[in-house]
Structure formats: C-alpha cells, structure tokens
Design a protein around this ligand. Structure first.
Ligand SMILES: Cc1ncc(COP(=O)(O)O)c(C=O)c1O
Length: 381
C-alpha cells in the first residue's frame, strides 16, 4: 500500500471506492427487495462521507440524541429518514430527539408509556426480543441470558391483553438479534419472529430487521436476503427496514501505524504508535486478529514480531505476526479493515493521541480530513 508510506501516523484512511462498492451493493438490495436500508451510525459515523452515504441509503438509525443530531447534520437529504432507538431515553433528551427523528423505537413498555404522548406525528415502534440468537460471542448477543433488549412474546401478549390502546398506537416492531450473520441466520430468526408475532403484523405498517447482516462480506448470500424480504413483504404487506452498521464500513480502509521502538523479551516486540485497546478495541473485546498488510501468521515468514500498543495496559497487543523483512523504527504497519467500530469507539486512554482521519478519494488522492490534538484529550478530562 504505497500511498500510506509517506503519511503522518497514526491515521485511519477510509477509501472512497471501497465505501462506494459497499453502498452500491446495499442500494441494489434496497431497489430489488423493496426494503429500506438505514446506516447504523454506532458502527460507522464518518462525517466526511455523510453526504455520499445519504446518496445511496434511505437514512440513519441512531442510538440517542447525539447520533440523531449527527444524522441530521451530516447524513441526511430531503428523503432521508432518521430512526432513533435507545435502550433508555431520558427526560433531558426526549423532546429534542423527537424533533429530530421520524421514527422512535422504544426498548420497553415502561419507556413507551412514559414518552408515547410526546411522539405526535412520529412513527412509534417497540423493540421485541425474539429470544433466539446465533451471535458468535456473548458480548455481542442481544438475546442472551438476562438481556435488557426488547420485549419477549409472553410480555408482549400480556401487554396486548392489559392495554387496549397498545397495538393501535404502534406503527412498527423492531428486532435486532444478529451479529456478523448470514442471510441463512436471518431466515432462522425471522421464522421465530413470524411464529410468535405475525398475528400482530396486521396492526403495524413496518418491521425493522435490525443490524448484524454481514451483507458486504464475500460469500454473503445476497439473493437469499432479497428473497426473504420479498416473500415477507408479499405475505404481510408491511414495510421492511434493515439497519446495518458494519456492512457499510466493512473492509473500507486501514489504520496506519509506525514502529516507534523494538524491544526484545524472548521475541522481538514492535511498539507501535497505535493501541489495540484505544484504537482497535474489538480486536481485544471480541477478540479477533486484524490482518496486517505484508504480515502473516507466526513463523510463516522469516521474522516474527509481537505487535504492541503504546499504552501501559499489559494486554495492549495485536498478536504475533511474521514479516519477510526485519522491522525497523519508522516502518509503517498497516492494519486492514479498521473503519467500522473503531473511530466511533476509540479513546485517549493513557493520554495517547487519537489517530487522524484520512480519506483516499476517487482520484486516489490522500487527504487528512480531521486531526486531533491535545484539545481532544483536555476537553474530555
Ligand atoms: C439496535 C441495533 N441496530 C443496528 C446495529 C448495527 O449492527 P451491525 O453493525 O452489526 O450491522 C446494532 C449493533 O449493535 C444494534 O444494536
């Protein structure tokens, strides 16, 4: 990756052609299936490309006031929809959120009761918990034991019995049960949702299938997804929404780091100017091993290095990688697929610098669109 060799690090670089390719696929699915696709800002909130994203997708799904403001500021055009679901809306925010959104999704009946009257002229939905999950890890399992997300069928049935207004007040149902999943997994979850909730579909005008659809990953069964949506729409005649985050930002860019020191402790350890903990948190939380350009598994190439972050957290390491050539101070180390769930989650832990945000535009020109300095640390501490 020649373009990254002369750039100041640390920096995330989002590549426009790759982002466009994801958006084209998602737009094609919208057009062929009739579903609307919203960007989940929690996974990809790259303001520089807000206008671009809103040219392709139907809007944004937000998790609260700040994302709703961000959606309105950067990710909207006249036809964009803004949906906000929160695990818990607060009195402080609700009026402003309602003013910024077209759809409000409540997590619980309590929240619906508390705020429904404020949602005049807005579409109102409630999140349901299908009580089935195929998520790969408990950390990302929305329907696991003691999950706080959504209403299960037993509770839903009681609510319908005890509150005669409830169904009539609802415009939609929302579920989110997937994480990096296939269309086949969606089919399984949807079968369960239909089994339990389809008797209520005649009262609503839309359903949101949530996020976690790994649509832009190679091998994802796009044709099956389209078939599932079309059959669902034919059967129930209600609108369908999807709200992926990861699939929008999937494989759209890199995090470029520099080697700042090499120490030896049984193995050569390359200390980088990025942190797994602060700048690529899912590598530790999920956990997973990020691909490095030119790097391979331990012992596959001539020289092994433990790649390590620049914080005092002992476990702030990316793993052992092997390279054809020895690393030296100043060399670039480039982590792949570092745009989604990184920039939105990164921190200044240890007072380290936030990586700048760069883009590689359609002419292959690189530019820095946002840089962070001491102020970014100071204002938060
Ligand atoms: C309610 C909801 N919708 C959408 C998403 C986006 O999921 P993903 O980025 O995996 O597509 C999430 C992720 O946690 C979510 O909680």
């Amino acid at each position: 990756m020649q373009f990254a060799q002369n750039i100041n690090t640390p920096v995330y670089i989002c590549e426009e052609d790759k982002l466009r390719a994801n958006l084209e696929l998602l737009q094609n699915i919208e057009q062929r299936s009739g579903a609307k696709i919203l960007l989940a800002l929690k996974g990809f909130a790259f303001s520089y490309y807000g206008k671009l994203v809103s040219e392709y997708l139907s809007g944004c799904c937000c998790s609260g006031l700040y994302e709703a403001k961000f959606a309105n500021e950067y990710f909207s055009n006249d036809s964009s929809e803004v949906h906000t679901y929160s695990v818990g809306f607060k009195d402080d925010d609700i009026d402003e959120i309602v003013s910024l959104c077209h759809h409000i999704v409540f997590n619980s009946y309590n929240q619906y009761k508390k705020y429904f009257d404020k949602c005049k002229n807005k579409k109102v939905a409630i999140r349901i918990n299908p009580n089935i999950s195929l998520a790969p890890t408990e950390l990302y399992n929305p329907c696991g034991l003691y999950s706080r997300f959504g209403v299960k069928i037993e509770e839903f049935e009681n609510l319908v019995k005890n509150d005669t207004e409830f169904l009539n007040n609802l415009d939609g149902l929302h579920f989110h049960a997937l994480c990096e999943e296939s269309a086949e997994s969606l089919y399984i979850v949807l079968t369960q949702v239909k089994k339990d909730f389809s008797k209520y579909f005649k009262y609503i005008s839309y359903i949101n299938f949530g996020g976690g659809h790994h649509i832009t990953k190679k091998g994802y069964n796009v044709e099956l997804l389209i078939k599932i949506i079309q059959e669902f729409k034919d059967e129930f005649n209600i609108d369908v929404y999807l709200e992926p985050g990861e699939a929008v930002g999937w494989q759209t860019g890199v995090l470029v780091a520099s080697v700042i020191d090499i120490v030896h402790n049984d193995i050569d350890v390359a200390v980088l100017d990025v942190s797994a903990e602060a700048h690529m948190p899912d590598t530790l939380a999920q956990p997973y091993r990020a691909d490095v350009i030119g790097g391979d598994l331990k012992d596959k190439k001539a020289f092994n290095y433990m790649l390590a972050g620049n914080t005092c957290l002992s476990g702030d390491v990316m793993g052992i990688y092997s390279f054809d050539k020895k690393l030296k101070v100043g060399d670039k180390v480039i982590f792949e697929d570092m745009i989604h769930y990184t920039i939105v989650k990164n921190t200044t832990f240890n007072g380290i610098k936030l990586p700048n945000l760069g883009v590689k535009d359609s002419n292959n020109d690189i530019k820095i669109v946002k840089s962070f300095d001491y102020e970014s640390y100071k204002t938060r501490n």
